[in-house]
Design a binder for this molecule. Structure first.
Ligand SMILES: *Cc1c(COP(=O)(O)O)cnc(C)c1O
Length: 489
């Protein structure tokens, strides 16, 4: 592993990226006189072309990414996405089309948005969509606003939102930001919603239940119909967190289960790479009853012409400029159309198969708190390894030495020492086997050589960081004198 110094440290006086031929005309001094030139920038690095290229190429390789290897970050669906969709989204025509352009000039783009809405409606069994929200969490907030607007119109916005204890942290945050008090619902011994606890808490003060299906343990809520009936009977709405849609796609539809509102993560399920802070998209689908409250504008067709309807008196208003992240929506449309119904169904089938292959292969090496069958992800814990003083962070860090990105850790909160693994449908059996082998080796090491885990990772660019101080006081400089190793932060 080459430890890449700062570009300032490679710098040497007089080094140049290029050399101009010797001047063969008279020198005119004053043209550049007022323009700040490089010499005036104190300490500006001077490097050769090959040094620049190598420096930035090396830096680009210090980060792990999905193009490099297996990235089983549970809940996040870090799958490989076809490059052709990126290419399509970056064609000149799409890049240069301006959101302020008139309807007349943007018929093609409006058509793409409309088609995507129709496809998502079809896939999820909902009646209408907004494509504006930029991420799942914003979709959740929009969904909560829609529910609130509808209940307010009925005369009482209500006070409480019920959320199972296995939920993603954004669920309670969204409900809270929308002005609701969050009441936690217990999970039963199968890891699903405890129906008795739900019954006890479902009153006419409850605006909604936010439920994730399959939940964050990867377990399908088999009692979903009954759960929804209980909520509806008291006049509440059911919000489904659809971030795990790649476990269901083509197989069953939340709308048919009775769900009232759902968000999808196009950057998890539908072809936009995820991570690194790039643009995402969290479309929200609703049933008829909530449609009048959707953000405006709504795209409508009149005589085959696409038209933006701004006259939406009940709308919660805009939640994002223009139409959301258009290019992300475009990629989703291309992805869905290119796979077709059979291809989409295969996504969920293979995602579930891959996850169960891992679960079955590792069930004797790592503890599974819940024995229930899981769909697209599985949650192990460090309970067996704890006996040897090894915990989930040691296991996760050691995986880096085996060329695997660590899985999601310590989530969901109901599993102590959780290691949440989501292989996704895009991994080959060969890569799954390599991962399983690494996990088995680590299980061995925790018995025979726990020290090697405690000090892992050994081969990475930076070693074990103190994560709290690394986040609060990042030290970005490589210290030569620090024993050739990052310490602390
Ligand atoms: C990722 C995720 C979210 C939040 O989505 P963002 O796009 O990251 O805001 C919500 N719920 C679940 C279950 C998720 O996995």
């Amino acid at each position: 592993m080459i430890r890449e110094p700062l570009i300032f440290e490679i710098s040497g006086s007089g080094k140049r990226g290029f050399l101009l031929p010797k001047l063969d005309v008279p020198v005119i001094d004053d043209i550049l006189k007022d323009i700040p030139s490089r010499e005036e920038i104190d300490g500006f690095p001077e490097v050769s072309e090959v040094e620049v290229v190598r420096h930035f190429t090396r830096l680009s390789q210090t980060n792990f990414c999905i193009d490099l290897g297996f990235y089983p970050l549970g809940s996040c669906t870090m799958k490989y996405n076809p490059k052709i969709n990126e290419k399509l989204a970056s064609t000149k025509e799409f890049l240069s089309s301006h959101p302020e352009a008139s309807e007349e000039l943007t018929q093609g783009s409006l058509k793409i948005l409309k088609i995507t809405e129709e496809l998502l409606k079809n896939i999820t069994g909902m009646d209408a969509y907004t494509l504006q929200p930029s991420a799942g969490a914003q979709g959740e907030l929009v969904g909560m606003f829609l529910i609130r607007a509808c209940l307010e119109e009925r005369g009482n916005p209500r006070k409480i939102v019920l959320i199972p204890d296995s939920a993603h942290g954004t669920n309670p945050s969204s409900a809270h930001v929308c002005g609701y008090r969050v009441q936690e619902i217990k999970s039963n011994e199968s890891g699903t919603v405890d129906v008795e606890d739900l019954k006890k808490n479902m009153t006419e003060d409850v605006a909604a239940l936010m439920v994730t299906n399959p939940n964050t343990l990867g377990v399908f809520e088999t009692e979903i119909k009954k759960i929804i009936e209980i909520v509806h009977a008291k006049g509440g709405f059911v919000y489904m967190d659809g971030a795990n849609m790649n476990a269901l796609i083509g197989t069953c539809r939340p709308g048919d289960m009775g769900v009232d509102v759902i968000h999808l993560n196009l950057h998890k399920t539908f072809s936009t790479p995820h991570g690194g802070g790039g643009p995402g998209s969290g479309p929200v689908g609703v049933k008829k009853e909530l449609e009048p409250y959707l953000p405006f504008p709504i795209i409508e067709t009149k005589n085959g012409i696409f038209h933006l309807n701004m006259e939406r008196p009940k709308s919660i208003g805009r939640v994002r400029s223009f139409h959301g992240n258009f290019l992300v929506v475009l990629k989703a449309m291309v992805y869905i159309l290119s796979l077709g119904p059979t291809g989409l169904k295969e996504i969920s089938e293979v995602a579930v198969l891959n996850s169960n292959y891992i679960r079955k292969s590792l069930e004797n090496d790592y503890h599974l708190k819940y024995k229930t069958l899981t769909l697209h992800e599985c949650v192990f814990s460090d309970k067996i390894q704890k006996k040897y003083g090894v915990n989930n962070i040691d296991i996760a860090k050691r995986l880096i030495d085996y060329d695997v990105h660590p899985p999601t850790m310590s989530f969901p909160l109901i599993v102590q020492g959780a290691l949440m693994i989501e292989p996704t449908e895009t991994e080959s059996k060969r890569d799954l086997d390599r991962f399983i082998e690494a996990m088995k080796k680590i299980a061995e090491e925790s018995k025979n050589n726990p020290e090697v885990l405690k000090n892992a990772p050994h081969v990475s660019y930076v070693r074990r960081l103190d994560e709290t101080s690394a986040a609060r006081n990042p030290v970005l400089r490589w210290h030569k004198n620090r024993n050739d190793e990052y310490q602390g932060s």
